[in-house]
Design a protein around this ligand. Sequence first.
Ligand code: 16G
Length: 237
Amino acid sequence: MSAPKYEILRTELEQLITSGLDAHAPLPSERELMAQYGLSRMTVREALTRLAEDGLVYRVQGAGTFVSDLTKITKSLTLTSFSEDIRARGMVPGSRASTVTWTEADAETASVLNISPGARIVHMERVRTADGLPMCLENVWISAELVPEDFELDENSSLYDYLEGIGRGPVTASQTIQATVLTTDQAHLLEVPPYSPALAVSRVAADAQGRVVEQAKSLYRADRYDFHVTVEKARGR
Ligand code: 16G
């Protein structure tokens, strides 16, 4: 089956943006895109909406669509992995300084992961990179039951791809975002001055059966990350 028309246009525009349009440059108008590609307004809008959801462009009512500042990642609050977020911006995700430690769940982690206190867990710490630049410091705890004894992820691998591969891909998560500053050690790993601002995101993710698969604490460099939330007026009130 061939890709939907909006997807073809989205890909073309993405290439145009990543291959050289400056931040805040205007994209052609909807009308121009309709004429140039022989597409309906709905299809053009769908392509632009997807690009906006991926954070590649932003829209200003009455003025048009503009290229986002690509040095900043806009993370939408849909359930995506770090690798997906970075690929959506045309960059290559990676990890460095990765450590995997086998340990026993304390009472708090056990209750979050829904396992018995003292049960074996795996704690993974990674500095996540985009095109080799450090973006985020990630700590993840998962039940040891989910992984083999020799579990390790190489620097280009995605934890979510791994979990999907064993039929435990995360589909929902509860998340808390807090403003914080980095300690000297954290700042060193993220290559910013000590006490630089960061966004601390705690995530507890569950699979399709509602089983908790990870507890994660990610520290995002505040100079490189925005979080985007779509809010809707509650219905029926
Ligand atoms: C994101 C998730 C983290 C998850 C990781 C997997 C947030 C706040 N955190 O960093 O929970 O473990 O992605 O990424 O979104 P990966 O599949 O690229 O390894």
